[in-house]
Design a binder for this molecule. Sequence first.
Ligand code: ARG
Length: 282
Amino acid sequence: MTVLPATEPSTVPARTALRRHYLMCRPAHFAVTYTINPWMDPAAGADAGRAVEQWEALRAAYLALGHEVSLIDPVEGLPDMVFAANGALVVGGRVYTARFTHAERRAEGPAYAAWLRANGFPDVLDAEHTNEGEGDFLTLDDVILAGTGFRTDMAAHQEAQEFLGRPVVTLRLVDPRFYHLDTALFPLGGRNVAYYPGAFSPGSRAVLERLFPDAVRAGERDAAVLGLNAVCDGRNVVLNAEAADLIGTLREHGYEPFPVDLSELRKAGGGPKCCTLELRCV
Ligand code: ARG
């Protein structure tokens, strides 16, 4: 009879980074002049100069990690245009355009679509339904997770699924601080996610538990500094430096945290992921 050891030695799997192509927009005209989420207080003021410095450090982080970064010109009068993630959803080289909820941001959709058309992405669908691009659509290997409740309409989930030919799973957001899916969840490579359960309806929490039994779950403290608004290349995780507990947990799971300070952009309710639109050719 073979005697099994009482406990298996625990092994943390080695994580592999894949080179990414990101689109970013320098926050030259950044300001907080209106309130469309609970983070935005026009009276508190925001400093575009500081925002540019912090954003430059984020861009430098991606370059240091070996990724490609393209830039779209900022447009005067569009203070939130720095949040490139909302500009579109690009999967398999196809572009599903954004259609913003609030009038203040509406002109950003056509600006991003025009850049993408002019830069090697001719296959563009002008969305009929309200959606805020990668703010509410997060792409994994087999599925696209899609948020609704504050910004993106569920009809857009169907529209994106039909156009992209990938299964889209609807998740309902319930806490106004986490108004976009990417403020509460990020993919850890193509098969797993990290998320803050408190941002989701009970049914959506159950869906996440079923799809991702090995997910990294973050607590309220990390969520409240927009720690879940992170970008993972399969191994490295670029995230807000204030998310101390999450940084530790990611390390335990074999990921390499890359902390950045985006405190100025957080005054508009944005973090590293918000500033980053991934251009996926596959
Ligand atoms: N002020 C912007 C808004 O409320 C912030 C967008 C942040 N972007 C994101 N992908 N979560 O629309």
